[in-house]
Ligand binder design. Structure first.
Ligand SMILES: NC(=O)c1ccc[n+]([C@@H]2O[C@H](COP(=O)([O-])OP(=O)(O)OC[C@H]3O[C@@H](n4cnc5c(N)ncnc54)[C@H](O)[C@@H]3O)[C@@H](O)[C@H]2O)c1
Length: 133
């Protein structure tokens, strides 16, 4: 059973939490959002502990992996810090697309995961829809 956390729990992060809740191989342990009401609302619904700081969540919880669904400018600019923090803590990361708007930052994230020996995946699910295939 994988002990999972989700960072960023608005539109897409909530889809990740629901999928982990329903997956027998996952235990949704914690959720983190900068906005306390968002973290608390998912926590109340699903029983995962709520955090507003990634660093605190990583320090307190013994997680195996996290989803990062944080968005930002053009939807990718907030992904770098939480992804790098999680990798540094030895966790595998499933990051929402885009990994970054800046290719050098994306390469840095990929390198960091390889150096730490953890997985870094990007949720490019639209590659599988017929009009994109
Ligand atoms: N795979 C897909 O099909 C698909 C579809 C739509 C969007 N997305 C991607 O999903 C991501 C999220 O989209 P959204 O619409 O849910 O964004 P959103 O802006 O509605 O939600 C992002 C949440 O992350 C939180 N957040 C930001 N930085 C944080 C941090 N450092 N620590 C904790 N929480 C933080 C924000 O407070 C917010 O609640 C985007 O990257 C977007 O590109 C993917």
């Amino acid at each position: 059973m994988l002990r999972v956390g989700v960072i960023g729990v608005n539109n897409i992060g909530r889809i990740h939490t629901a999928i982990y809740r329903d997956d027998p191989l996952a235990d949704l342990v914690a959720v983190c959002d900068l906005l306390p009401e968002r973290a608390k609302s998912v926590s109340a619904e699903l029983g995962a502990r709520a955090y507003t700081s990634v660093a605190e969540m990583l320090a307190v919880e013994n997680l195996d992996c996290v989803s990062v669904a944080t968005a930002g400018v053009e939807n990718g600019s907030h992904d770098y810090e939480p992804t790098m923090e999680a990798i540094a803590a030895g966790l595998s990361v499933l990051c929402e697309k885009p990994l970054s708007n800046e290719i050098e930052r994306a390469r840095e994230m990929v390198r960091a995961a390889a150096d730490r020996g953890v997985y870094l995946g990007v949720d490019l699910n639209h590659r599988l829809v017929p009009f994109a295939a």
